[in-house]
Design a protein around this ligand. Sequence first.
Ligand SMILES: CC/C=C\C/C=C\C/C=C\CCCCCCCC(=O)SCCNC(=O)CCNC(=O)[C@H](O)C(C)(C)COP(=O)(O)OP(=O)(O)OC[C@H]1O[C@@H](n2cnc3c(N)ncnc32)[C@H](O)[C@@H]1OP(=O)(O)O
Length: 242
Amino acid sequence: MLRSCAARLRTLRVLRRQPGDARLPGSQPGSGKLRSFSFEDVTEKDQALPKPSWSKDLRLLFDKFMKKCEDGSWKRLPSYKTSYTTSTIQDIRAFFSGSIPLKEELMSQARLFTRSFEDGLGFEYVMFYNDDEKRVVCICQGGLYLQGPPGFLHGGALATLIDITLGTNAMVAGGPVMTANLDISFKRPVPLCSVVVINSQLDKVEGRKFFVSCNVRSVDEQTLHTEGTGLFIKLEPGKSLI
Ligand SMILES: CC/C=C\C/C=C\C/C=C\CCCCCCCC(=O)SCCNC(=O)CCNC(=O)[C@H](O)C(C)(C)COP(=O)(O)OP(=O)(O)OC[C@H]1O[C@@H](n2cnc3c(N)ncnc32)[C@H](O)[C@@H]1OP(=O)(O)O
């Protein structure tokens, strides 16, 4: 698994020697196929689909959950590098009652933190949602640029993955939310480039407060890496954030 991460890093270094170019979407690593950078490439491509940088474990888990989607009980959630396309920026500004401090131009360049790394070096993840059970499962692989202790995933990176998983669980149930509180117990470190499964469930809703909890386990389910709980507050349209 670590070897596939290192090979991916070498490939990216070779491709990066061409300034102003981006990799052709869908090209094979090492193929050297390049073409000019296009904004649509980074905004429109669904990132929650198999890529060459995924390990075998991540692919197998993805296939397993896609099978569960066949009867409609589970749904894969697509994911993009930015949620803020030019057409929705006005709506978002209105929703937050003008409290977003960024100017239009910068806003359109903003990227979702977890989708800002090159393929395979940062966060690779896919979330699946079960509406009846109010559960979200995130299958994820933390890449070489997310190191904390030598050879292990940074705790903040894992906290980020937990935050977005719990937040997504709250959001699919109740609409736009923000994290008010996160409580995380790190029990066993996560090896870098390994795959873990974040299992979350919506425990309780009280007015605008959504209480969500999760555990993080290894692929073989033998290791309990982490447990976490979160409180998410449903945002009120037109209410300023600041
Ligand atoms: C057309 C589309 C339009 C819009 C959609 C656009 C976008 C979608 C929006 C978001 C999607 C993106 C989500 C991804 C984000 C990833 C996660 C994050 O990184 S969030 C960033 C980190 N979090 C923050 O910066 C939050 C900072 N805090 C706040 O902004 C506010 O405190 C708050 C959480 C928004 C709550 O403020 P409110 O004024 O709205 O609510 P309150 O009246 O203060 O509280 C309501 C209720 O909740 C209780 N409460 C609030 N905070 C806490 C807390 N920390 N611990 C415990 N309880 C808390 C409070 O006591 C009230 O309880 P009640 O009295 O029982 O009702």
